[in-house]
Ligand binder design. Sequence first.
Ligand SMILES: *Cc1c(COP(=O)(O)O)cnc(C)c1O
Length: 408
Amino acid sequence: MDRGTCAEADAADPLASARAAFSLPDGVCYLDGNSLGALQPAVAQRLREVVDHEWGRGLIRSWTDAGWVELPRRVAQRLAPLLGADPVELAVTDSTSANLFKALAAARRLRPGRQVLLTDDANFPTDVYVAHGLAELTGDLEVRVVPTEEVAAHLDADVAVLLLTHIDYRTGRRHDPNDLTAAAHAVGALAVWDLSHSTGALDVDLHHWDVDLAVGCTYKYLNGGPGSPAYLYVAGRFLDRITSPVRGWFGHARPFAFDLGYLPAPGAERFLDGTPPVLSMAALDTALEVFDGLDRRMLEAKAAALTGRFIDLVDARCGDEVEVVTPRDAARRGAQVSLRHDHADAVMQAMISRGVIGDHRPPDLLRFGFAPLYVTRVDVWDAVEDLAEVLTTRAWDNPEFRQPRTLT
Ligand SMILES: *Cc1c(COP(=O)(O)O)cnc(C)c1O
């Protein structure tokens, strides 16, 4: 394998045309799309139009004339195929954290009489905070946080809800949503999945997995832009009875009837609450166009090819310096690779100074994300070239790179 064969494989890649939809700065090798997806010029153009024409000139008329009021539904339609879901099962709104609160509260009400919300200690912190907040509010729920490998063993008849994140944000390890959802169902519990590190990069298949509820964000692999609205999925089988704990007028069946009586919208849209953020919703709507008609399996195959190539090159060139902590079996990892190094923060700062942008998770992980739409095999090659040099020359061991940073 050399740079030339990487370029040849890129040219033959069925997703090569998708990369043309993105604009990445010259000299940047962007391997942080798992934290913030890249910008597409079409999204910038849409934002300019929404601001100048729809808001600037159309003013209040744009709620109907420009279809602002339809935006959450339109985005749900674009998103549904990426999740293996029906549009009616999706609400596009709020942050992942807020949606998770609503999803857990709703799931909890579907399983009265059970006291336990089960999750694992590798979960993303916000998920655990939200679970504890709900438990404190309701006063009748115990949050049980167990080691990842013990999750199945802790499923019993007390468990109301199993909450898991599909891809471990630190190691890139993938849970098996099929098996764990079935195990939850076998004891009568509901399974709620956080797909923040999955959708747009992997073959997410909610119907096939038989998931009950799910949440996820849209600013990572879905490229919606910083803080773009998240989504909440409710399996269609619950839509006749599930209720949102946050009843807002946009989740009403007829918000503009201004009726004091609450009547939930027929689909998952009842989990909308307040006025949608039109600017970021419009950006997300356009950002998702690049996925139209794309087979999710192509995304997963590309992610596996990129992460696999990265691991092979790291093994060959940096194997003595770093430990690959991400599973080597592609079916057991997401679209990221994490490497352990005692000075991970300084190493990443040195990499970023060379234009290779990944991130660092304390205490000792270097994280590299491989967004399948725009990362190439040449990017993988170049990143490992820089990494090998930074490590072997100890370029990271420089006061400039040893100031801890607060945000990555
Ligand atoms: C990124 C991420 C979130 C983000 O939550 P927000 O409330 O949208 O900021 C939530 N959960 C997981 C697992 C994530 O990776």
